[in-house]
Write a protein of this length. Structure first.
Length: 427
């Protein structure tokens, strides 16, 4: 049994010693003290089924033994030197990661987070294109640093500082967007912005193919293909933010952008790449990477031996355990059951996503699509009491995000749906 600090004291110290901008889930926040694969345990030993994976970060499973072993072994041998010396772990990891990329995406930069990855991608786009203007989607989340905050397009995360040379085009959201699933109309708006709202040239375009923080929104089919063409004609590079959607989670493909049949010029990743280790990466073409050589580009912890050994273990585990096809299999079962549940409960306005990257949007009125904010909060607490942890997303906080560790089983999926059914029935 756990003998450490209890929730009340942790919370008290958090309030005293950590910044006031932190937020937590649940009226009485959980004190999670242990994790094993798809399960989390609180201080009292209560087990929770984790359907959110620490914001889509735990890919293989909490404390997956292969990843833990790789980290422990490397930690005992050598923790850190930086890239001023040679080390095999970073090149092995880079080679393995590059082998997962399509096209000529072969040059890897390692960083420590998704924010850092997107900062670097934006820098490259600007240097390579010689332009400044970036285009991002409304409802996007790309980071919280002074630069990436400009890319992020949810007002709740944007501090009022200069947001840089960044414009946000309409979100091709099939459920809430004014053009529904009509990708061509949304793409025309991008061209419209470039023609009328810019010099005619842009630095680049960035998008998550499956918006995470924005509430598991899958972009209208065909959108990226049309927009990549438009952006490239305007001199810009196309960046795919795979921080949440990569590594086979969407089931049908290894990378989210592949679901739209495109090859980006730069891909950014983090979260699932490390199964919990602070790790991020940018992968691009040799041609784009070459613009960085005009100065020194250095990152003290980027690609350190411990994270590289852990990251390589993650890639191997996902392959060996065939997690991509598993996500397809369990995901289609889960989405099928959620759609059936939608027929039973009017409050479920939309069920969307692919693989284990799903969203359930709750509304009080299906026609008006009025966000069921208060009801979502009640259900969220109830699910937790029933032992199920899901995520919350969307600007109105009315979307349940179901993005569990990729070892999640069909039984786990059934448990989530049954718990949701039970909770909604009791509203
Ligand atoms: N991009 C996406 C799509 C994300 O979801 C996040 C984090 N929620 C980030 C970038 C930023 O990653 P980090 O918090 O590791 O900086």
């Amino acid at each position: 049994p756990y003998k450490g600090m209890l929730a009340d004291e942790v919370l008290q110290k958090r309030k005293k010693f950590l910044g006031p901008s932190l937020f937590y889930y649940y009226q009485k926040p959980l004190n999670i003290v242990e994790g094993k694969m798809q399960y989390l345990y609180d201080e009292a030993g209560k087990r929770y089924l984790d359907a959110f994976a620490g914001i889509v970060t735990v890919s293989c499973g909490h404390c997956h033994p292969d990843v833990v072993n790789a980290v422990v072994e490397q930690t005992n041998l050598l923790q850190h030197t930086t890239t001023i010396y040679l080390h095999h772990a970073i090149v092995e990891f880079a080679e393995a990661l590059a082998s997962k990329m399509p096209g000529n995406l072969k040059v890897v930069y390692f960083v420590n987070s998704g924010t850092e990855a997107n900062e670097l991608a934006m820098l490259m786009a600007r240097l390579y294109s010689g332009n400044l203007g970036m285009i991002a989607l409304r409802n996007a989340y790309h980071g919280g640093s002074a630069g990436t905050i400009g890319l992020t397009a949810l007002h709740t995360w944007k501090y009022p500082i200069p947001q840089g040379e960044i414009n946000h085009v309409m979100n091709p959201d099939p459920y809430r967007g004014v053009f529904g699933s009509d990708a061509a109309s949304y793409a025309r708006e991008v061209q419209d912005h470039i023609s009328y709202g810019s010099s005619g040239n842009v630095a680049g375009f960035i998008a998550e193919t499956f918006q995470g923080v924005g509430g598991a929104v899958e972009l209208a089919p065909g959108y990226l293909k049309l927009v990549y063409d438009i952006v490239r004609k305007a001199g810009g590079v196309c960046i795919a933010d795979e921080v949440q959607s990569g590594f086979g989670r969407t089931g049908s493909h290894y990378w989210g952008f592949e679901t739209q049949g495109v090859i980006p010029d730069i891909v950014t990743m983090a979260k699932g790449i490390g199964n919990g280790l602070p790790l991020g990466a940018v992968v691009t073409t040799p041609e784009i990477a070459s613009v960085m050589s005009q100065k020194i580009q250095f990152n003290t912890f980027g690609g350190n031996p411990v994270c590289s050994a852990g990251g390589l273990a993650v890639l191997n585990v996902l392959d060996m355990e065939k997690r991509q096809s598993h996500c397809a299999d369990v995901g289609s079962h889960l989405i099928g059951r959620l759609r059936t549940l939608q027929q039973k409960h009017d409050i479920i306005g939309d069920v969307r996503g692919r693989g284990l990257m799903l969203g359930v949007e709750l509304v009080t009125d299906r026609k008006e699509k009025t966000p069921a904010k208060a009801e979502t909060t009640v259900l969220f607490e109830k699910l937790k009491d029933l032992g199920v942890l899901v995520g919350k997303g969307g600007l109105h906080g009315n979307v349940f995000r179901i993005k569990p560790p990729m070892c999640f089983t069909k039984d786990d999926a059934d448990f989530v749906v049954d718990a949701l059914d039970y909770a909604i029935s009791g509203l």
